[in-house]
Design a protein around this ligand. Structure first.
Ligand code: KGT
Length: 275
């Protein structure tokens, strides 16, 4: 059994502020005895417009935010999974990525968000992520950790079960959804989507989320969660945005084995295509 933590915060356009919030989360995760910390999508910053999102972006080697987190990971021997922005191939755009910083402070894995959130909800949020973000085009094979194989996806990707099924087929035990969900879509869909992905992949789902007001236009739903392979919500951080918070849960390989043995999901790939 290995204890892991999800961290929840309200990122702003100030990377220095966001790094300080993450340092609080690292301290709390270490005090709790966690062996890894999972942080939300876009933890480095949330801009208030597509232009600001592009203007703020830094290459990883020159990002004080990423350098600061790498120092934390190395000093505390605590691997960190974190959503950030990186420059796009087109200089008017960025990539929305997640990094796995290992306990030596090295970036050992990277995934770029495949599905972009372009929505126009009546009396609700209007967000056009593709104005500032370039989409990725590869599912990355799960990476090894001392507590199992981890497959990464990001936020809106959760609505496309093909990715999590592919990650499961590639051996994932844990699937992550670092997120910044909107409040109306969060209320309607967040927990159901996370539990469905956990149940259908028979894997742990680890979903660190942004919470609260980032700027005059953006509010995030919160409710960072850890769900077990049976679909039980082991941790839920709610929507309090007073201070950065963590929640922890144990990753139990006996439970993974039990669920996968008791309810075998033998696919009929003679009937439908393999994903
Ligand atoms: O803007 C940034 O810099 C970081 N990116 C995000 O916050 C992204 C794109 S706007 N948010 C989502 O994908 C929310 C998905 C969602 O809420 C849903 O699927 O219902």
């Amino acid at each position: 059994m290995t204890l892991i933590a999800v961290g929840q915060l309200t990122s702003t356009a100030s990377m220095a502020h966001n790094l300080r919030q993450c340092q609080v989360l690292v301290k709390k995760a270490v005090q709790a005895g966690a062996k890894a910390l999972f942080l939300p999508e876009a933890t480095d910053y949330i801009g208030s417009s597509p232009e600001e999102t592009v203007a703020l972006v830094k290459l990883v080697p020159s990002s004080e935010f990423v350098t600061g987190l790498r120092e934390e990971a190395r000093r505390e021997k605590l691997p960190i999974h974190v959503g950030v922005h990186e420059p796009g191939l087109d200089s008017n755009k960025v990539k929305n990525t997640v990094l796995w910083i290992n306990d030596q402070g090295e970036i050992a894995h990277r995934y770029q968000k495949i599905h972009l959130f372009d929505v126009d909800i009546k009396n609700g949020p209007v967000l056009k992520e593709s104005r500032s973000v370039e989409r990725g085009s590869q599912i990355q094979p799960p990476f090894e950790t001392p507590f199992g194989k981890v497959g990464s996806t990001i936020c809106f990707d959760i609505r496309f079960p093909e990715i999590s099924l592919a990650l499961k087929r590639m051996g994932a035990d844990i699937i992550t959804y670092p997120s910044a969900f909107t409040v109306p879509t969060g209320k309607a869909h967040w927990e159901i989507l996370l539990r469905a992905r956990a149940i259908e992949t028979q894997s742990y789902v680890v979903a660190a989320a942004q919470v609260g007001r980032h700027n005059e236009k953006r509010v995030s739903y919160g409710h960072s969660m850890i769900v077990d392979p049976w679909g039980v919500v082991l941790a839920d951080l709610g929507d309090n945005s007073q201070e950065p918070e963590i929640a922890t849960a144990e990753i139990d390989h006996e439970l993974l084995k039990k669920v996968r043995t008791e309810v075998p999901l033998n696919r009929r790939t003679d009937v439908y295509p393999e994903i």
